[in-house]
Design a protein around this ligand. Structure first.
Ligand code: SF4
Length: 294
């Protein structure tokens, strides 16, 4: 975001909050995105510039504070799809990432769809999620998988957390404690998914639609006492019987959509191509930093 800052340098110097936007947007943070709208307009007026497209990098909880900004973005600067990163649906991992709840995503989605319709444009949001982040339990991943299914998404590109330098999540990963709050021996213990088996399972929940993951998911669901989610009906997460990849693809590909792909196959293939090239350019990341001050 552009030109967001604390309203006072004096306040900022003495501020001890780890984030200006979590657990809520600080009242001292200037969230006005009008300067960014002006920047877009100036950039469009530069001679030789035909089009400026923004594909990702948006802090949607701040964007919704200036609906005119979302309108400008959606009307002029989205080229069919926009990647945003709710990261998760559950409070456990979201609180460790200092990210807003999934309700804010819904609010942004509403504005995105409203302004896309007004502009007469068919365009889609691509939400990204992460598996294995500190603070995530098996149950959190199950709830995320159920949310994905209920909302008709299939995660094509999946991020799995790896500890990287200078991230508070890395401190959580190694210590099992939450450094975003005062740490002592009685302070909050953070669930940290570790080991190949649990990390694979968390990733499998994100790709619940992949037949390769069904045996592992069936086993985990039984262990979690959720046999009710195994079956061949619409309310089930994984089928009772093992289908082949091709059969699943034929029967399901346009019934669900991660990647925000439309149900219309012609548009789907065009957007799929765009997504693949986007992934090659920069999003093949397995590493996700989080917990940095924004
Ligand atoms: S959290 Fe951010 S906006 Fe709020 S007082 Fe501190 S520096 Fe300023």
């Amino acid at each position: 975001m552009w030109r967001l800052s604390c309203k006072s340098e004096v306040i900022e110097k003495s501020c001890r909050r780890p984030s200006c936007v979590y657990p809520n947007i600080c009242k001292n943070l200037n969230t006005d995105q009008t300067p960014l709208i002006d920047l877009y307009r100036d950039a469009r007026d530069v001679e030789g510039v035909k089009k400026i497209l923004i594909a990702s990098g948006l802090r949607y909880d701040l964007a919704v504070k200036t609906p005119e900004y979302v309108k400008e973005l959606v009307t002029e600067h989205v080229g069919g799809y926009l990647k945003i990163a709710p990261e998760h649906t559950e409070t456990g991992p979201l609180s460790k990432m200092m990210k807003p709840g999934i309700g804010t995503y819904d609010e942004f989605k509403r504005l995105f769809e409203k302004y896309s319709k007004e502009a007469g444009k068919e365009q889609y949001l691509i939400p990204y999620f992460i598996a294995g982040h500190p603070g995530t339990t098996d149950n959190d991943m199950l709830n995320l998988a159920l949310w994905l299914k209920a909302n008709g998404f299939r995660a094509d590109q999946v991020q799995n957390f790896y500890p990287s330098p200078m991230a508070s999540a890395t401190a959580m990963y190694h210590s099992g404690k939450n450094p975003l709050k005062r740490v002592d021996r009685n302070s909050e213990v953070v669930d940290v998914p570790k080991g190949a088996k649990q990390r694979r399972l968390h990733k499998a929940f994100l790709r619940y639609h992949d037949p390769d993951n069904w045996p592992m998911l069936r086993q985990a669901l039984k262990k979690m006492g959720r046999n009710d989610l195994i079956g061949n009906g619409k309310k089930h997460l994984v089928p009772l019987t093992q289908f082949s990849h091709s059969r699943v693809t034929q029967s399901r590909v346009f019934k669900t959509q991660h990647t925000g792909l439309p149900k219309n196959p012609a548009n789907a293939s065009a957007l799929k191509g765009a997504l693949k090239s986007g992934a090659k350019k920069g999003n093949g990341r397995g590493v996700k930093r989080s917990g940095t001050k924004k």
